[in-house]
Design a protein around this ligand. Sequence first.
Ligand SMILES: Cc1cc2nc3c(=O)[nH]c(=O)nc-3n(C[C@H](O)[C@H](O)[C@H](O)COP(=O)(O)OP(=O)(O)OC[C@H]3O[C@@H](n4cnc5c(N)ncnc54)[C@H](O)[C@@H]3O)c2cc1C
Length: 264
Amino acid sequence: MNENIENTTDILVVGAGMVAHRLVESVLSRAEAGMRITVIGDENRAPYDRVGLTGYFAGSTPQQLTLDPGVFDDDRVTLIADDRVTRIDRVAKTVTTRAHRSLGYDTLVLATGSYAARVAVDGADLPGCFVYRTLDDVQALRQFVSRRGAELGRPLRGAVIGGGLLGLEAAGALQSLDVECTVVQSSDRLMSAQLDIAGGGMLRRLIEAKGISVRTQSRTTRLDPDASGAVTALEFQDGSFHRATWSSSPSGSGRVTNSHAPPT
Ligand SMILES: Cc1cc2nc3c(=O)[nH]c(=O)nc-3n(C[C@H](O)[C@H](O)[C@H](O)COP(=O)(O)OP(=O)(O)OC[C@H]3O[C@@H](n4cnc5c(N)ncnc54)[C@H](O)[C@@H]3O)c2cc1C
C-alpha cells in the first residue's frame, strides 16, 4: 500500500460492509489500470448481507450470508479484517489502525455505516442484553438463549426495546428460538416513523396474532439484574416493570439497523 509505484492510485476503504463491497465491485468493473484497493474492516470476516442477518435464525449460515468473495481474489484488492482505523492524517494521507498499521492512500473512502446504540439506561450492559447488528451479535444471542434456557430449564422471556422495523425483525428472530417475546415501544404505535395511528394499530394486531406481545408508550428507564447478575426485568418511566430473561434493543444504519434485547 505504501509502495509508490508511479501511476498507481491507492484507494483505501474504511469499513468492510455492504457499501464497501459494492464500491469495490463497481470500481473493478471499470477495469482501470494502475489502481490498488485496500478495504479495512473491524469485523472478523469478509463483507456479508447485513440486510439478510435475520436469515441466520432461519438457518442461513455465515458463509451463505457472505457477499461474493470473488472481488477479493482480484490481485488489485486487499481485504484487512478484524482491524479498526483509529486515526486519519489527511495531510500525510495516512491512516493508523488499532493493530498499529500505518496505511497510505491517494483516495480515502469512509464506508463505516452505522453502529448499534445501546439504550442509555442503567443495566444496558448486563449479561443478557444484546444489540442486533452483526453476525457476531446474533451468534452471541443464540448461544445465550441456548445456554440460559438449559440453565433455567424453561423457555425464556425476552424483550426487544424499539418497535421499528428492526425491532420487529429481532422479535421474530427470538420467537424462532422459542423465546416468549415482548416488543417495547416508547411511542404510541409500532413503526411510528412510517405508520399513522390506524396503520400502527393494524400492524400491532398482526404482530400480536403471531404471539408477540406489544407494549407501547413505555419508555425503559432501567434494566435490573437477578442474583446471578443477568438481566431479569425492565423498569419503565411510569414505575411499572416487565420481567424478561434477555433483552435486545434495535438501532441502525441510518436510524434503524440493529437490536438488543434482555433475557428472562
Ligand atoms: C437486521 C438488519 C436488517 C436490515 N434490513 C434492512 C432493509 O431491509 N433495508 C435496508 O435498506 N437496510 C436494512 N438494514 C440496514 C443495512 O444493513 C445498512 O443500511 C447497510 O448495512 C449499510 O451498509 P454500510 O456498508 O454503509 O454499513 P455497514 O453494513 O454498517 O458496514 C460498515 C462496516 O464498517 C465497520 N467499521 C465502522 N467503523 C470502522 C473503522 N473505524 N475501522 C474499520 N471498520 C469500521 C463496521 O463495523 C461495519 O462492519 C438492515 C440492518 C440490519 C442490522
